[in-house]
Design a protein around this ligand. Structure first.
Ligand code: NAD
Ligand code: UD1
Length: 335
């Protein structure tokens, strides 16, 4: 299969490209490197021993997107490209709406012109909002508290409307829970700029001695140890979920939302302990006030993914921690 991967140089995109290439698919990457670099794609080439066409292009540039479709035979698209920092989306809402919505509209219009009607879209567990009880099921009401989440809701709706109007479209909306980990080679992984907002990149920097101490946001939640619970999923498992979603596109029509998580929640303290066990490093931590916008517990009901995609996550929390650390260590974290 010939697969266009938008945002293919990013964290989840690179891991998905590796598994697509390993399976023998042909990959075409489109990325403007706003949150990544060509070096990540060299890592993909090194792991797989394969080369592939790469277009440095912005999805907001309609003609550039058209060129990619004119120059390549494309069977399906995996659409990762987008801005994803929740906090930044609150301070720069127009950037998020412009990039994520216009970029997606351009992509869909060019796909339509070129008669490519199979799409896997990166949605997020953020669409379950603050008012549902976990485990989150795909048919629960959706809501959001920030512009980033709003773009995911709007794009989900846009894709549903498109599938309603044009019956030959096949779209899977994958709702990711909390991806962490890295390729076991340590050649690709997550490498956020500056001080990380997310838990695992922060833990890694504390373990490496680059940051002094992890603040655990809230020890008074209604959970067994008082800290928040999340459904952490290894980025390898997530990548494999995309391969299964592509297969599923071949025998479905319409738009289908599917959770990609493990179905199991771990507390912040459990993640810290798992990381220490898996790596032998110490993670200095202290309790801090709750972070605005956090919910006590968020984990997936994974039965739909099991039934429709014949997929489930296989990697353990220890493997996620080990691989996150291994990537950081190979890429200059102090030992
Ligand atoms: P990432 O930032 O590492 O990758 C996104 C890629 O898209 C980057 O390489 C970036 O340069 C590119 N990009 C952004 N805007 C672009 C544009 N206009 N034109 C071309 N390229 C553009 O993020 P990721 O963690 O790999 O996430 C991929 C997708 O999954 C995103 O849509 C994100 O919202 C979604 N998602 C991520 C998480 C997570 O925790 N990582 C959770 C839920 C959903
Ligand atoms: C956040 C985003 C979500 C996105 C996800 C993965 C918010 C509200 N949600 O989810 O949309 O899909 O990242 O990118 O931002 N924690 C600490 N100390 C830290 C960092 C985090 O205690 O320094 C805690 C948080 O309170 C939370 C857990 O660790 O309970 C996980 O946090 P994080 O990695 O930021 O992910 P989410 O908040 O679940």
């Amino acid at each position: 299969m010939n697969v266009l991967v938008t945002g293919g140089a990013g964290y989840i995109g690179t891991h998905t490209c590796v598994e697509l290439l390993n399976r023998g698919d042909r990959v075409i990457v489109l990325d403007n490197y706003v949150n990544s670099s060509p070096a990540a794609l060299r890592g993909v080439e090194q792991i797989t021993g394969r080369t592939f066409p790469v277009y440095e292009a912005d999805l907001m540039d309609y003609n550039a997107v058209k060129r990619v479709f004119s120059e390549n035979q494309i069977d399906a698209v995996i659409h990762f490209a987008g801005l994803k920092a929740v906090g930044e989306s609150v301070s720069k809402p127009l950037d998020y709406y412009r990039n994520n919505l216009i970029g997606t509209l351009n992509l869909l219009e060019v796909m339509k012109e070129h008669d490519v009607k199979k799409l896997v879209f990166s949605s997020s567990a953020t669409v379950y909002g603050m008012n549902n009880e976990p485990p989150f099921r795909e048919d629960m009401p959706r809501s959001t508290t920030n512009p980033y989440g709003a773009t995911k809701l709007m794009i989900e709706d846009m894709l549903r409307d498109l599938c309603y109007a044009c019956k030959e479209w096949s779209v899977v909306l994958l709702r990711y829970f909390n991806p962490i980990g890295a390729h076991e080679s340590g050649l690709i992984g997550e490498n956020p700029n500056g001080i990380p907002n997310n838990l695992m990149p922060y833990i890694v920097k504390v373990a490496a001695g680059e940051l002094p101490c992890l603040s655990i946001y809230g020890g008074d939640y209604p959970t067994p140890d008082g800290t928040c619970i999340r459904d952490y999923i290894h980025v390898y498992d997530l990548a494999m979920g995309h391969l299964k979603a592509l297969e599923y596109l071949g025998h479905m029509q319409g738009a289908e939302a599917i959770n990609l998580g493990t179905g199991k929640g771990y507390s912040v303290l459990e993640v810290v302990q798992a990381f220490e066990r898996a790596t032998g490093r110490t993670v200095n931590h202290k309790m801090a006030p709750r972070r605005e916008g956090d919910i006590a517990a968020c984990y997936a009901d994974v039965s739909k993914a099991r039934e429709l995609l014949h997929w489930e996550a296989v990697k353990t929390l220890e493997e996620m921690c080990r691989d996150s650390w291994n990537f950081a260590a190979r890429n200059g974290a102090r030992q």
